[in-house]
Design a protein around this ligand. Sequence first.
Ligand code: PLP
Length: 235
Amino acid sequence: MEQLAERLAAVRSRIVGAARRAGRDPDDIELVAVSKTHPPEAVREAMEAGQAIFGESRVQEARAKAPLLPGRLRWHFIGRLQKNKVRAALGCFELIHSVDSLELARQINRIAEEEGQRPLVLLEVNVAGESTKFGFSAGDLRAEAEALSELRRLEIAGLMGMAPYAEEAEYSRPYFMKLRELRDEMRETAGWPLPELSMGMSGDYEVAVEEGATLVRVGSAIFGARSGKQWRPTE
Ligand SMILES: *Cc1c(COP(=O)(O)O)cnc(C)c1O
């Protein structure tokens, strides 16, 4: 399976190319390899090709997979986080990209207090206002910024967003611009440093890098198509 290493190298070189086109330092962009649904062997192969950060969208799946792999791997949570999974998530992810409501933020803050943790989180913004997606609207974020700032346990490190599905990467650009502009605005008004912008997936990560992404979440361009079936440990 030489292919995975080759695909990973191609993604990395495209990230570097996009960064250079935008006059950015390629080292300012981190690649999150989205390994959801893929078996630990695929993660290991990516790891052996130099990949360190992996993205998962289900807590149970990550908790089953991570112990089968070296402890130095870094796991990011990118999916919908259910309130009853927060404690488990805090135990295994270094960054939660997908805090999609004030209510969830409060729950994470509460559990972090109990656990003595200071979790690093991103606020997910529904940049296109799609009814099928979760996240803060720009208006909610402005209205709830004060309440979010009171959640002292949370390290709000940035914003995360997704462009609507489209055939062409260029269609994502206005949404990425909007997310970056909202980040700049919230820096000013809420006083959050917000160094991170998590945007861009297999179809549009180069455009995202051109528009300022610091974290790109790339799955199928590295691991191949998902079968739709979640990986499960065999008994
Ligand atoms: C699955 C997923 C990705 C990766 O998608 P690909 O198109 O396979 O790169 C990125 N971000 C989120 C939030 C996802 O759920």
